[in-house]
Design a protein around this ligand. Sequence first.
Ligand code: NI
Length: 189
Amino acid sequence: MAILKIARMGHPVLARAAQPVPDPTAPEVRRLVADMVETMEDASGTGLAAPQVHVPLRVVVFFVDGERRRREDADAQGSEAAAGVPLTVMINPAIEPLGPEKDLGWEACLSVPDLMGQVPRWRRIRYRFQDLEGRQHERLAEGFHARVVQHECDHLAGVLYPQRLADPKTLIFASEAHHLASAQEAPVA
Ligand code: NI
């Protein structure tokens, strides 16, 4: 395993659409995923997409800490919404919005260091992906979980969150967030 170099905004690999993975079971895909997990953990990230480590493939790793999700989704009802999401490897993911509602929330990105901004995202989504054995999975997500998945899948389309800000004025240094009552801890993904 190895800690990989993270591409930063301005590198062309972050602006291109990533390619589908033809064989999720290939040893080089398993190796890439192991390195991505190590890199994400080293950087204290919540998620990481392959283009962020200079690999233009449709591969994402992420997890959602249960405690954190409870804080972010204070309005969410029921135990499902309060649960965390274990480390998930998504190969060739696809997202479908469920309903018209969007929520505004703070995001940060390992490829856009030190900054954060307020981004509208679908409140509820269905998403599908393959795992490293090539099995197909389908999940429902809402709130913080849905936000992380949408942020990561944006990376696969060559989109970074600053391109989705509802108001460019909300792009701020994270170290200045304490000046804003509305600024919560942002997922770094
Ligand atoms: Ni990101």
